[in-house]
Design a protein around this ligand. Structure first.
Ligand code: ADP
Length: 255
């Protein structure tokens, strides 16, 4: 179906690095409006899976569909055009630009007219810039970043930088947001704030898939959890179901 319930459908995806099979036929599907957790011991293939979904890696086999469209082999910009946004485990912000500029470069300009049409029309350019700045203001306010607008991210606390990265991913108005360990390095209060932010993103109509080691966060946030180990899905279900699963407990004992 071109427009079914699934926003993300992964079928038998494999990824091999030389001799190493990082993903061995992973299948999973995520419904629109879900908050899905991806957990598993270190080296189980979680980030590789994100890299395949977002077009950073080409799968060695299998299929990925976003909103019913096969996207296997598509480059990251194509995935971005289809509404897939992501964050990275280690932050990738422009450390020396201001927070506002970090958001402005990522804003969705498709709703305004092509800039070249205004090349001889400075007022129109000024209006477009004004509109983009208003959108940046909205994002800053929405993610509690207004007071940091003119600071470079590199000068801000780590927890704030993580929030900027989420805000930047949201600047492109995605429909699917992939968060790679968003709680890494955050303190308890920051994790609580993160949970609120992720819920508000979902409530605005965006599907969220997160890789996360913080089990408290996964338990409180995710409706369903997919567990990877050794490049395979070993369990899937509600947080309570997978937490009690024997294969999952054994996979973590070996970690
Ligand atoms: P996780 O995110 O679950 O910790 P990864 O997806 O990062 O696991 O890694 C899965 C396996 O694939 C690991 O053995 C890792 O060393 C390997 N791997 C990941 N990326 C690469 C790469 N670019 N080149 C070679 N091996 C890789």
């Amino acid at each position: 179906p071109a427009d079914g319930a699934e926003i993300l459908e992964i079928r038998e995806v494999a990824k091999q690095f030389r001799g190493l099979k990082a993903l061995k036929g992973v299948s999973l599907s995520v419904d629109r409006g879900e908050i899905r957790g991806i957990v598993g011991p270190n080296g189980s293939g979680k980030t590789t899976l994100f890299n395949v979904i977002s077009g950073f890696y080409k799968a060695s086999g299998g299929q990925v569909s976003v909103a019913g469209r096969a996207v296997g082999g598509a480059r990251p910009y194509r995935l971005s055009m289809l509404g897939v946004a992501r964050t990275f485990q280690n932050l990738r912000l422009f450390a020396d630009l201001t927070v506002r500029d970090n958001l402005l470069v990522a804003l969705d300009r498709t709703r305004t007219r092509a800039i070249w049409r205004y090349a001889l029309w400075p007022v129109a350019i000024w209006r477009q810039e004004h509109a983009l700045n208003r959108q940046a203001d909205d994002l800053l306010a929405r993610f509690g970043l207004t007071e940091f607008a003119d600071a470079p991210p590199g000068s801000l606390p780590y927890g704030i930088q993580r929030r900027i990265e989420i805000a930047r991913a949201m600047a492109g108005s995605p429909r699917l947001l992939l968060l790679d360990e968003p709680a890494a390095g955050l303190n308890g209060e920051e994790v609580r704030r993160l949970a609120e932010i992720v819920r508000s993103i979902r409530d605005s109509g965006v599907t969220v898939v997160l890789i996360e080691h913080n089990m408290g966060l996964v338990m409180s946030l995710c409706e369903r959890v997919t567990v990877l180990a050794g490049g395979e899905v070993i369990a899937e279900g509600t947080p309570a179901e997978v937490a009690g699963d024997r294969a999952v407990i054994e996979a973590y004992l070996g970690d």
